[in-house]
Design a protein around this ligand. Structure first.
Ligand SMILES: CC(C)(COP(=O)(O)OP(=O)(O)OC[C@H]1O[C@@H](n2cnc3c(N)ncnc32)[C@H](O)[C@@H]1OP(=O)(O)O)[C@@H](O)C(=O)NCCC(=O)NCCS
Length: 249
């Protein structure tokens, strides 16, 4: 099943992007906790997003661990903010140096696996046709967005948002840190973290990359640390049994 899934090597971060599907054959891969969460979604669209994301995460992780089946992967969760006894916070693979992150939005999911440092991936449906929550932007970002023509503002805002959230997911802070404290590069120049006000010391450098997610979505991946980091992006198709088939891009 996982023969088509690339192996992540030292110094690499791989990102898989997939359309959400509702394939019953994926369900047995989930553990009890994931199945309960999957069941709890009211909308079929949200169930499909959740199922695809977690099955893709399991399939890509299992392919890195010799002899492991997707349903056998054990996840740990690390919450920076509390020690409550329920799986939440940044996911990790128990007993493995592999770093991972997942994201779902609109009709797409993104999974990132890294052997180049802690990773955060974010995918966002382009925020067209609704008010933009500008309070998540820093002053320099708002000033730059003000100069963007009206028709391009939704995608520009969404690019900012994906870049900022990728960074906050890599560190495990999530939205417990005000995203307006971070300033990332303007949407039309290569991704980089320019400033993080009041970031606690010590901290790791941030390598930030945009990831192509097609017309209706924006995606970004952040990898903490220095040194080499090669980002490899994969398109995913699903076999009839839900297995991941890889199409590199
Ligand atoms: C993590 C967070 C940024 C995700 O935002 P989002 O745009 O709604 O969702 P995404 O689809 O991009 O990512 C969701 C995934 O992020 C991961 N995640 C959850 N918390 C995370 C964290 N602190 N750091 C990194 N990743 C996290 C999970 O894998 C989650 O997937 P799941 O919900 O299907 O299990 C946001 O929900 C958040 O900040 N949550 C944490 C809030 C918190 O820490 N509260 C205090 C608890 S004590």
């Amino acid at each position: 099943m996982s023969g088509d899934i690339a192996r992540v090597r030292a110094g690499e971060c791989h990102v898989w992007i997939a359309e959400a599907v509702s394939v019953p054959a994926l369900l047995p891969m989930l553990d009890d906790h994931e199945r309960r969460r999957h069941e709890a979604f009211v909308r079929e669209k949200d169930r499909a997003l959740y199922l695809t994301a977690h099955a893709l995460l399991r399939q890509t992780v299992a392919a890195q661990l010799d002899g492991m089946k997707p349903g056998e992967v054990r996840f740990a969760h690390v919450c920076k903010h509390c020690d409550a006894d329920r799986p939440h916070g940044k996911p990790a693979v128990a007993g493995s140096p592999l770093e991972l992150s997942l994201s779902h939005s609109g009709g797409l999911v993104a999974v990132a696996l890294s052997l180049a440092g802690p990773v955060g991936v974010d995918i966002e449906e382009t925020a067209a046709g609704r008010d933009l929550p500008l309070n998540v932007l820093s002053a320099p970002e708002r000033a730059a967005l003000d100069r963007v023509p009206d028709a391009e503002r939704p995608w520009a805002f969404t690019r900012y948002w994906a870049r900022k959230e990728a960074v906050l997911k890599a560190t495990g802070d999530g939205l417990m840190v005000d995203p307006a404290r971070l300033t990332v590069s303007p949407p039309d120049v290569p991704a980089a973290l320019a400033e993080w006000r009041e970031r606690p010391q010590p901290h790791l450098p941030v390598r930030l990359h945009d990831v192509d997610a097609g017309e209706g979505h924006r995606a970004a991946v952040a990898v903490l640390g220095d040194g080499e980091c090669r980002v490899v992006r994969h398109e995913v198709t699903h076999g009839g049994d839900g297995a991941v088939l890889r199409r590199p891009r």
